[in-house]
Design a protein around this ligand. Structure first.
Ligand SMILES: *Cc1c(COP(=O)(O)O)cnc(C)c1O
Length: 429
């Protein structure tokens, strides 16, 4: 369910024709729907009603301040993976006490920043990290709230790049290692055990891997509690998939209810870290056709958006539905939709059947709200797109289009020099 629908043949974002937005803000343009964001949030929250829980939106999926601010006002917590994301959450008015700090490679300065701001929990992913967090906490005369991210060793059956709970992935620790680390943490004056966490992957289209993983983690929780280690929360991570093409992911309501049911005997708070499912279908990328061309038998539509704006097709072979913004022509064409970047992986779609389009037409790339702008780059010195948040008949410019001056911020054509090791050289001389 989303609010990008045709009215009298013309594609709208809520009550505004996408063409008017493209004319006002230029292309490529990310457009998000407030109504869709609110609806996704409400469906998931509704499914979890009745159990103590905190839904922590996974910031990396779409970290625009306006999106974060909307979720903060809806009462969301946040799942972050860097100090930069914590900065964004705070800027957007998010409550640090509702922040879960995940990630396999946290630096001391990031850990210190998170502890000083009072995050809810730091999810630990290795023995060495556990020791570092304790050192940083004691240096700050604090106790760090921690949970171990356990690898339940289930196969989420998704793309290998976004499978994170396999036995040999870089994320989390195995169950045996987790037990050992809990015992260490329980004795460590710099640490306070809060809970246990898992996150098995992304774009998962079946509930069974989630339920298998929860079952395994629950077994571990039982053992730990038998040893006198209190597990106050169980974080089931994120990863619920959305429909891009012909996937049939569980409805968020069904997923939420299944999680609730699997955890009905857990005596504590349930945490969730949904990213994609909240924002994916709440955003589109609008791009303008520059040229059509034909090489051999292959037909190309060259557009002004590129892999620098939406890397998912190039990175994961992901499929995004593409359609004309104007009423679609009856005539069809099979084409590759490609961007201006000098890489053959720079495509938004390949062998896509589209209504015929020509130079100047606008295309709408659907389901671009998650891992779209957030993964964009300046490769080929392309300023990044603008982002607009629509609410009914009102558009809010949530991020200005970058300018060419933004591209060189911090660079110098003739940077002043700084000599290193000068004294030593002088001694030798
Ligand atoms: C990326 C990530 C999420 C969100 O994943 P989605 O597939 O977008 O729901 C949640 N938790 C952690 C630890 C993550 O790294």
């Amino acid at each position: 369910m989303n609010h990008f629908q045709r009215k009298r043949g013309v594609l709208h974002a809520e009550d505004i024709p996408l063409e008017e937005l493209a004319n006002a803000y230029g292309t490529p343009l990310y457009v998000y729907s407030t109504a869709t964001l609110r609806r996704h949030w409400a469906v998931l929250e509704g499914a979890l009603r009745g159990i103590p829980h905190l839904t922590c939106y996974a910031v990396k999926a779409n970290s625009n301040l306006a999106v974060l601010s909307l979720f903060a006002r809806l009462g969301a917590g946040f799942d972050i993976v860097s100090g930069g994301e914590l900065y964004r959450v705070l800027k957007a008015g998010g409550d640090p006490r509702k922040v879960v700090y995940s990630g396999v490679g946290k630096r001391d300065d990031e850990i210190g920043f998170a502890l000083k701001r009072g995050v809810k929990v730091v999810d630990i992913e290795s023995a060495e990290e556990l020791a570092r967090v304790s050192i940083v906490a004691r240096r700050l005369k604090r106790r760090a709230p921690v949970a171990l991210r356990v690898n339940p060793a289930v196969d989420p059956k998704t793309h290998p790049y976004i499978s994170t709970g396999l036995k040999e992935s870089k994320f989390g620790v195995g169950a045996d290692e987790a037990r050992r680390l809990y015992a260490l943490a329980a004795k460590d004056p710099g640490l306070e055990i809060k809970g246990v966490a898992m996150h098995i992957g992304s774009q998962i289209t079946d509930v069974s891997p989630f339920l298998d993983a929860i079952e395994r983690v629950l077994a571990m929780v039982k053992d730990l509690e038998a040893q006198g280690i209190r597990i106050g929360h169980l974080d089931v991570g994120g990863g619920l998939g959305i429909q891009y093409q012909d996937e049939e992911p569980p409805h968020p309501d069904a997923y939420g209810k299944a999680v609730k049911n699997a955890l009905r005997r857990f005596d504590g708070e349930v945490l969730l870290e949904p990213g994609r499912v909240l924002v994916g279908n709440a955003g589109v990328l609008v791009t303008r056709v520059l040229y059509r061309k034909k090489n051999g038998r292959r037909e190309f539509v060259v557009v002004d958006a590129a892999m620098t704006d939406l890397v998912r097709p190039a990175l994961y072979g992901a499929h995004h539905a593409i359609e004309p913004v104007a009423p679609p022509a009856r005539e069809e064409m099979v084409c590759d939709v490609v961007g201006p970047v000098c890489e053959s992986s720079d495509f938004l779609a390949r062998k896509e059947r589209l209504p015929a389009v020509q130079g100047g037409d606008l295309l709408c790339v659907r389901s671009a709200g998650a891992y779209g702008f957030a993964m964009s780059s300046n490769y080929n010195s392309r300023p990044r797109a603008a982002e607009v948040l629509v609410d009914g008949d009102t558009a809010h410019l949530a991020r200005e289009r970058e300018t060419v001056a933004d591209l060189v911020r911090g660079e110098m054509a003739r940077p002043p020099g700084r000599r290193f090791g000068a004294r030593k050289r002088r001694e030798i001389g």
